[in-house]
Design a protein around this ligand. Structure first.
Ligand code: IPE
Ligand code: IPE
Ligand code: MG
Length: 224
């Protein structure tokens, strides 16, 4: 059985769910937050140590302003409400991506990271204003400036994910099969599962079914 320490998730399908059920994309984002909470709790139960959630990509700035504003207001509200509970449950929050939001949100994110930094039950990486290509370019630039030789280890150690293992498992919901600029370097050997369900519909049972299948895959890493 494969060990499972790091799960990465592309939480896709909120907008479609919202349009279908409440005639509003934003309602889908709100509903998606309930799934976020459930999946965090379930990850802890399944003893997963790292959970990386794709919340907002560098490309998502191309969306209408009203949707972007709603998303960040939602995130702000969620963090303010939940940070105490996260801390109590020994959850460590880390932001991966460039913190270039409103001063208020930047501050809230930094504070949330600070408050939870010594927690060790699970690390949740929130990929926010995250893009894998820009992450890799930044890594190369850092190495170039410091005159450090570029190799697999030095590149890995210059990414946002420097201290954590690569994802064992990637899940994308929303019935779309693409990576959308997510963890392109780190996913080199991850097992990939696509769920047809929209993110607000995805539940613990769906998660468990994927974990069950994942555990039984013969992972080769190039060997036989
Ligand atoms: C994913 O859901 C959440 C974010 C990108 C913020 P979408 O908003 O992309 O939902 P669909 O894919 O349009 O249904
Ligand atoms: C990927 O979903 C980003 C997040 C889930 C945050 P998108 O809905 O933005 O991806 P594309 O644009 O359809 O590829
Ligand atoms: Mg989408």
């Amino acid at each position: 059985m494969n060990p499972l320490s790091h799960v990465a998730i592309i939480m896709d399908g909120n907008g479609r769910w919202g349009l279908k059920n409440k005639n509003s994309r934003n309602a889908g984002h709100k509903a998606g937050l309930i799934t976020v909470e459930n999946i965090i709790k379930h990850s802890i139960q399944r003893k997963i140590k790292f959970l990386t959630l794709y919340v907002f990509s560098t490309e998502n700035w191309k969306r209408p302003k009203s949707e972007i504003e709603y998303l960040f207001a939602l995130l702000e509200h969620f963090l303010k409400k939940k940070i105490g509970e996260f801390d109590k449950n020994k959850i460590k929050l880390v932001v991966i991506g460039k913190k270039k939001f409103s001063n208020k949100l930047n501050k809230l994110l930094s504070e949330s990271e600070k408050i939870t930094k010594n927690n060790s039950k699970i690390q949740i990486n929130l990929a926010l204003n995250y893009g894998s290509r820009s992450e890799i370019i930044e890594a190369f630039n850092k190495l170039y400036k410091k005159k450090i030789k570029i190799n697999e280890r030095s590149v890995s150690n210059s990414l946002y994910t420097k201290n954590i293992p690569d994802p064992d498992l990637l899940i994308r919901t929303g019935n779309t099969k693409r990576l959308s600029n997510f963890l392109l370097w780190q996913l080199s050997y991850s097992e990939i599962f696509f769920s047809k369900k929209l993110w607000p519909e995805f539940n613990e049972k769906d998660y468990d079914n994927i974990i069950y299948e994942f555990r039984r895959i013969k992972r080769n890493f190039g060997k036989i």
